[in-house]
Design a protein around this ligand. Structure first.
Ligand SMILES: [Zn+2]
Length: 333
């Protein structure tokens, strides 16, 4: 099952892949530029796709790029790329069997997509949101993979809720199900997360690593919201990092140090050490209770009333209050 072996981001450990130059890419791909104020996204789509499919893929790239707006109100990078090439082993239920982030002077997210995927299949594929969420931090691309994968695993669900693709209930159910998958993978229980994460490529442990990482970001987000009565949150904390350091390439210890400093909190560093040393997916029942989430027989139920419920609803709400996707399409040149 795709979710059980999340191998999409292994290339994150391969440092500084080269930028695809427009001249080289245009021999095999079409190139379109989507603009957002002074930011630009180049979309490179393989000419192996039929023209109608290329149009579907461009619209999909625009859609998921629009979802990525729903954290800072703008893309994390001033200039970035999405490239799309045909996938050999795709199916209707799995339209994007592979994707990876190439970090370099210009970050590029590369998707391998089925030649016949429908626009609806593409929009519903979580991989698109996951990969783009990696760009929210100026990560150097290697080390502490659990942190980078946790960020993407948390935000892939948050972004889908914020664009209205899934409901708030579904978002929490997906997070709950993810934590359960992480807990069910017991092979490395007792071993610190940092050590499991280091050997991920060779020995596996994807669910433990990804969902322990997602726990980190859920814990950080909810603590910020609860301690500030909703005036602080993870989006805002990460945006400060984006403002200062988007052009840098930072290790995870450098990222958490910056996050604490920029946000004047003692949270990200201590939580980083706590989670890196954790020996299984940390317990989430307390977090869920504080956010007004009940769990019965594996199903989540959201409380309507109470301070936690208000703070919880804000997580799924678009913080930029932008127009619905599609209402104000960007220019494609
Ligand atoms: Zn990933």
């Amino acid at each position: 099952m795709k979710r059980a072996i999340c191998h999409y981001c292994l290339a994150l450990w391969l440092p500084l892949w080269p930028l695809v130059s427009p001249a080289a890419a245009e021999t095999t791909s079409t190139r379109q530029v989507l603009r957002q104020d002074d930011r630009q996204l180049e979309v490179l789509i393989s000419k192996q796709y039929a023209p109608a499919m290329r149009e579907n893929l461009l619209q999909w790239a625009d859609y998921i790029a629009g979802a990525l707006d729903r954290v800072y109100g703008h893309w994390p990078d001033r200039r970035w790329q999405i490239s799309v090439v045909p996938a050999a082993a795709a199916s209707a239920s799995d339209p994007i069997p592979w994707a990876q982030v190439h970090r370099g002077e210009v970050n590029r997210v590369e998707f391998f997509v089925a030649a016949s995927a429908s626009p609806d299949d593409l929009r519903r594929a979580w991989t698109g949101y996951h990969e783009l969420a990696h760009l929210l931090i100026p990560y150097r691309g290697w080390g502490d993979a659990w942190f980078s994968e946790g960020l993407a695993s948390y935000y892939q669900n948050v972004l889908q809720a914020r664009v209205g693709l899934i409901s708030e209930d579904q978002m929490w159910q997906k997070l709950y199900d993810g934590f359960q998958r992480g807990l069910a993978e017991k092979r490395f229980d007792g071993m610190p997360l940092g050590a499991v994460s280091e050997k991920l490529r060779d020995e596996g442990g994807f669910m433990r690593v990804y969902w322990s990482g997602a726990w980190y970001f859920l814990a950080a987000d909810t603590r910020l919201r609860l301690q500030s009565g909703g005036r602080q949150n993870l989006d805002m904390a990460l945006q400060k990092l984006n403002q200062c350091c988007a052009d840098k390439r930072l290790s995870v210890p450098e990222i958490v140090e910056q996050l604490d400093k920029l946000n004047k909190v003692v949270l990200f560093g201590t939580l980083y050490r706590e989670v890196a040393e954790s020996t299984s997916v940390p317990p989430f029942a307390g977090i869920f209770a504080s956010m007004g989430i009940d769990v019965r027989d594996g199903e989540i139920y959201l409380q309507e009333q109470g301070p936690g419920a208000r703070l919880r609803r804000d997580i799924a709400r678009d913080p930029t209050q932008a127009a619905p996707i599609g209402a104000n399409p960007r220019s494609a040149l």
